[in-house]
Write a protein that binds this ligand. Structure first.
Ligand code: NDP
Length: 273
């Protein structure tokens, strides 16, 4: 695994997502096992949210990290409708109970909502002072939101980014790099959909004896200050994702990918799911 620095700590460039976990009790054991398998292989950053399975995913994470809390960099997110002075500490306590932990390493505002940013930031800072969270950040913020936030203490911005959705390369990604705020790419393999069947991706994968998903991940994390958080339950997916951090794409591969998936030439609205 490779690492990068995020607000004073070293985190792996490939972590683990958890959306859609904790929704089906019959899959609980499989999901816990997948996260544990990923941790063993160095994907120690785990991304979750109070929204996922309405707390169900946080419970899966809590069970997966039991006995190894210190090995893991835990990321969770607060709903915008809870992001008030009163709501944030309460939401955080609920998340901590489900996670069975006394702190969250990185706590994010899931997307912008009705509460003023200053109020949310103040509540985050209080949680940090109280030791409930290690650092805080945002998600689904475009450049204008980041400029308005203007907070060097913001540790990351988690946004949709993959070969099919390259809009952030025009402005948001360089902005985050200039401000030394690592960017976390969600849906890095396009939710396992059409992207993985793209002929160019398949050709490059075959040349390196890897899979299209591994090429998609390696393409993201080759860049400075970018972390990918693929979600995987199938054990073979977990293994392949962890191994993708070692894959080195060549100049010819990058040129072919640029031909197949065009970089933006002007501002695009921030894509979201
Ligand atoms: P991903 O791009 O991570 O795709 C997940 C899908 O791809 C699953 O169906 C998974 O299958 C499959 N998959 C995983 N690894 C492989 C592989 N090596 N080869 C083939 N298929 C594979 O989509 P997500 O939407 O889950 O995004 C990742 C994470 O980002 C989320 O889980 C969540 O933590 C975060 N996120 C954040 C958002 C935000 O607003 N901040 C919004 C959306 C996501 P299987 O599980 O069966 O192994």
């Amino acid at each position: 695994m490779r690492f990068l620095e995020l607000a004073g700590v070293q985190v792996p460039v490939i972590g683990q997502g958890t959306w859609r976990m904790g929704e089906d009790p019959s899959r609980h054991a499989e999901e816990v096992a997948a996260l544990r398998r990923g941790i063993e292989q160095g994907m120690t950053l785990i991304d979750t949210a109070e929204m996922y399975g309405e707390g169900g995913a946080e419970k899966v994470v809590g069970e997966a990290i039991a006995g190894q809390r210190d090995q893991v960099f835990l990321v969770s997110k607060v709903y915008p409708h809870n992001a008030s002075k009163k709501g944030i500490p309460q939401a955080c306590e609920r998340s901590l109970r489900r996670l069975n932990s006394d702190y969250i390493d990185l706590y994010l505002l899931h997307w912008r909502g009705q509460y003023p940013l200053e109020e949310t930031v103040e509540a985050f800072e209080r949680l940090r002072d109280a030791g409930k969270i290690g650092r805080w950040g945002v998600s689904n913020f475009d450049v204008d939101d980041m400029q308005e936030l203007a907070a060097p203490a913001c540790a990351t911005n988690q946004v949709l980014y993959n070969l099919e959705e390259r809009g952030i390369e025009f402005d948001l990604l360089p902005w985050c790099q200039q401000h030394h705020q690592p960017l976390m790419a969600y849906c890095p393999i396009g939710q396992g959909g059409q992207l993985l069947a793209h002929p160019t991706l398949k050709q490059i994968a075959a040349r390196h004896s890897v899979t299209p998903a591994q090429v998609a991940l390696a393409w993201i994390v080759r860049q400075d200050g970018v972390i990918a958080i693929p979600k995987a339950v199938r054990p073979e997916h977990v293994d392949l994702n962890a191994q993708a951090a070692q894959l080195q794409l060549e100049t010819g591969d990058l040129e072919a990918l640029d031909q197949a998936f065009r970089a933006p030439h002007r501002k695009q609205r921030l894509a979201m799911v």
